[in-house]
Design a protein around this ligand. Sequence first.
Ligand code: GLU
Length: 307
Amino acid sequence: MAELKTVGRFAPTPSGRMHLGNVFAALIAWLSVRSKGGEMVLRMEDLDTQRTSEEYAQILREDLRWLGLDYDRETPPQSARSAVYDRYFDKLAQMGLLYPCYCTRSQLHSVNAPHLSDGTYVYPGTCRNLTEAQRATFHRAPAWRVRVPDRVWTVKDRVQGHYECNLATDCGDMVVRRADGVYVYQLAVTVDDGEAGVTEVVRGMDLLSSAPRQMYLQELLDFPHPAYAHVPMLLAPDGRRLSKRDKDLDLGQLRARVTPERLIGTLAFSAGLIERNEPVSARELAGEFRWDKLRRESIFLNFEQLI
Ligand code: GLU
């Protein structure tokens, strides 16, 4: 059988400039695809229309160009796809897996709900078995949740190894559409990756716990599972995680100070991909990219070289 063509993706949220962590995840996603002669897809994740804008989307495209991380096609942004998500939502409804949830934010975050270390909670199933008469007593629009099975999912992650999760005990029934009608990230990503034919998902380690949620939705919606690789987080020398708040390390600032080759060289060296910290282009790295060279632990970045 002919081997399936590799299709990877960039899925940035256009809510600000890329910071070094975003650049790193994008670089590895691109290297993996290009080293196999695959196809790269760009998609703007702008479900949160309050925080995102086309202006930032335009800057992101220009930042990717500056980095030398090209892509073959861009699929429509999530904000334009609610009619598509409606179809998949209907499919889940027809399977009898959805139910309306009237819980308020404060109820969900109450002391009774067990909190996991990452700040999320396990939904205790409060609205799971409400009768029609009970539902009629709430005079407000509900969120919609999908029932999750009591079953262990194993993510065979190329960087992190095996990651196990039982959605019933680690997450609870998941919201797929919010009370204001906006679809949630997990559903949108599953549909978008599935429709674009994505075969590998490479992104930051902070999204590892999303993988089993997306695998469950893929199974329900008849999409094949992609391969997963969750790359380590970049940390400041004091152990702090880099984020959009680190303005001096976003591309707006960095582009004024360093060349793309210097930036990529520093990231590649810190990640274990090259032996010396020297300028290199993404294109030059693609020829010798190998997953087994990539560090698995968090990467402490020495920014002095970049400031
Ligand atoms: N949009 C997410 C972000 O910018 C990435 C989601 C994904 O890769 O699945 O962090």
